[in-house]
Design a protein around this ligand. Structure first.
Ligand code: SAM
Length: 291
């Protein structure tokens, strides 16, 4: 079957179906089969793998995942595209197309629905996506915090978002997203992808980030919700000292100060300089003081 990932084929498909890529849905299609192969290779697929894809679009990546993997379950929000996908992938018996909003999908239930006869425990599965840019962070947070049985994530994101995901303490890009990504996964940037391989061409380059969800967190956190509240407060007003930004959560200054002393953290520091380990110590100490 013809490869979707070429400028000619993508344009022809859109023209044939009278479709115009929707900016509001983050539709930038991959038109370079070489890059598609490289992304799929990052997922290290074998014929037994179950792969979930978010936003299959016209099927450029889906084709390659279906070729390399076992079962491919693709969730697309745009019903016009689903029609094209059905046609494009009709010779791929191992692809299941699902209409839906990735933000609302319980991925474990989705996969379980296609394995009805498997019995027993749900197997782990991989998740691969060229993410729609307008909701990258919410989707990422859904995937990270959902406690799904995902054992590998391969996500293409805007280069700037990739920078924030992987940033180290003290850098401009370091923030709540860096901490969430690094707390829940072991993550690395694998491949830079220039804007020229998309149609329509976005204004920025992209990066493929590979993430392995951790089986145990890298630091000891007593209460994850509390930890992330502290993290978000610390980054909400980046220019303030920790003491002042945590005051924003409504606790007495004196209590916050004592918790900082307990945790061995100088109250004059700014949130953006704290490592994940220090945030964990601080949130554990704070929780003990305020509850
Ligand atoms: N995978 C295709 C490719 O690489 O050529 C398309 C990638 S395009 C950047 C993002 C895709 O995600 C589009 O097909 C878009 O319609 C779809 N999408 C946007 N929002 C979505 C959502 N909330 N849930 C599922 N798919 C979504």
């Amino acid at each position: 079957m013809e490869t979707v990932a070429s400028p000619g084929r993508t344009l022809a498909l859109l023209r044939e179906k009278g479709l115009v890529p929707r900016k509001s849905r983050g539709q930038n299609f991959l038109v370079d089969s070489n890059i598609v192969r490289k992304i799929a290779a990052v997922a290290e697929l074998n014929p037994y793998d179950i792969v979930v894809e978010i936003g299959p679009g016209l099927g450029a990546l889906t084709q390659e995942l279906a070729y390399r993997g076992g079962l491919v379950i693709a969730v697309e929000i745009d019903r016009d595209l689903l029609e094209v996908l059905r046609e494009n992938l009709r010779d791929k018996g191992n692809v299941r197309l699902v209409a839906g909003d990735a933000l609302k999908v319980n991925f474990d239930e989705l996969v379980a629905g296609f394995l009805e006869n498997a019995g027993g425990r749900l197997p782990t599965y991989k998740l691969v996506a060229n993410l729609p840019y307008y909701i990258t962070t919410p989707i990422l947070m859904h995937l990270l915090t959902g406690k799904f049985r995902i054992n590998l994530l391969v996500l293409m994101v805007q280069a700037e978002v990739g920078g924030r995901m992987l940033a180290a303490p003290g850098s401009k890009e370091y923030g709540a997203l860096s901490i969430a990504v690094q707390y829940y996964t072991e993550a690395a940037a694998i491949l830079k992808v220039p804007r020229t391989v998309f149609y329509p061409r976005p204004e920025v380059d992209s990066v493929v980030v590979k993430m392995r969800p951790r089986t145990t967190p890298p630091v000891q956190v007593d209460n994850e919700d509390f930890f992330f509240r502290v993290v978000r407060a610390a980054f909400n007003q980046r220019r303030k000292t920790l003491l002042n930004s945590l005051g924003g959560l409504g606790w007495e200054r004196d209590l916050v100060l004592k918790a900082m002393t307990d945790a061995g953290i100088d109250p004059r520091r700014r949130g953006e300089t704290l490592s994940i380990e220090e945030f964990a110590r601080l949130s554990n100490a704070l929780q003990r003081r305020v509850e």
